[in-house]
Write a protein that binds this ligand. Structure first.
Ligand code: ATP
Length: 333
């Protein structure tokens, strides 16, 4: 178990600009006073009492810390230190300065399928490592896939935000109703037992290849209905430049309750075998127009969700039902 240091974080780190905001606080760049090295500090407000709807339970923060300590991998953000005061916990994390992977892609004029696959491989390497430790992320979405830096032409993928992640004990049944609608697994919506076989990763691969969320409906409710029904299609308008191998890969992933870990499928499907497959792979590209549109809409939606979240937190109406958008409210074994 990590030590939650009682000292004041500001005695050790100089607090700098905001890097991002989550539902439970801000992430800021901080510089270590002794060495000058920069890190990211995630400030998480603690729930004042059991009745309060604001802030996080300490047990939930402990879980995030424990999981971060267990998943030390080049494609996963590293935890350096933890500080605690009466009102908040501060996680000192590796500074991931390359921004979101999706923004990096959206700025490009063109992205080959083979390049997208390189990113996918790194995501799967991080997830595969977590799965080998019986840990599932459960909140895999574009906002949580970042890049190590802005300077190198081939930056490393870094998975962040382990707030919904879960460590499975042998034979344990775990259910949760938390997540983000577009990326949520049908098992979560149906309140079925969950496992590390992760559905959202395949949704991400579809997005990456077509620039289109395969289950996206007009409303969150419609999106959730599409996910439960596994309703999706390869519309020619968006998938005309996608290779048949990639479509085959997606179809294999888009099954409910997959009996196998995606990492295996990835190994099989990402390897072009014949010369023709290699040529097709190199010619196939990402539908950038749709991707850019999707990304702009996604960013707008994230801001809107955050705004709504802030408003409802201010109202603090305890009678409101737990929603699928709200994080870490309900989780039960
Ligand atoms: P959410 O409620 O959206 O799940 P959260 O409260 O759990 O968020 P994070 O997702 O961990 O918080 O962080 C919020 C944002 O802060 C991220 O989207 C990202 O922009 C930024 N961020 C988080 N960790 C880092 C990091 N290690 N380096 C740089 N920026 C980071």
């Amino acid at each position: 178990m990590a030590v939650f240091k009682p000292e004041n974080v500001e005695d050790f780190y100089e607090i700098r600009e905001v890097l991002g905001s989550g539902h439970f606080g801000q992430v800021r760049r901080v510089c270590e006073r002794t060495s000058g090295t920069c890190w990211a500090a995630k400030f998480m407000k603690l729930r004042k009492n059991a009745c309060s709807r604001l802030g996080l339970e300490r047990s939930s923060v402990e879980r995030e810390v424990e999981i971060l300590q267990a998943v030390q991998h080049p494609n996963i953000v590293t935890l350096k230190d933890v500080f605690e005061s009466r009102a908040e916990v501060v996680l000192i994390l590796e500074l991931v300065s390359g921004g979101e992977l999706f923004d990096f892609i959206a700025e490009k004029e063109n992205l080959l399928e083979s390049e997208a696959i390189e990113f996918m491989k790194q995501i799967l390497a991080g997830l595969g490592f977590m799965h080998s430790k019986n840990i599932a992320h459960f909140d895999l979405k574009p906002e949580n896939i970042m890049l190590s830096d802005k300077v190198s032409s081939h930056p490393n993928v870094k998975l962040i935000d382990f707030g919904l992640a879960y460590f499975f004990n042998q034979g344990e049944e775990y259910r949760s109703t938390s997540g983000t609608p577009q990326y949520i697994a049908p098992e979560v919506i149906n309140c079925e037992p969950l496992s590390t076989a992760c559905h959202s990763c395949c949704v991400l691969s579809v997005l990456r290849l077509s620039g289109l969320s395969p289950f996206q409906g007009e409303t969150n409710e419609e999106t959730l209905r599409n996910i439960i029904a596994m309703k999706y299609d390869f519309d020619e308008r968006y998938f005309s430049t996608t290779s048949s191998m990639a479509k085959d890969f997606i179809e294999k992933l888009l099954v409910k309750n997959p009996k196998y870990y995606i990492i295996f499928i990835a190994v099989i499907c990402f390897q072009p075998i014949t010369r023709k497959q290699v040529t097709n792979r190199n010619r196939s590209s990402i539908n950038m127009k749709t991707f850019k549109k999707f990304n702009a809409r996604r960013k707008w939606k994230v801001s809107l969700d955050m705004y709504r979240q802030c408003e409802s937190d201010v109202e603090d109406t305890e009678s409101k039902p737990a929603s699928l958008l709200r994080r870490r409210l309900s989780s039960s074994s």
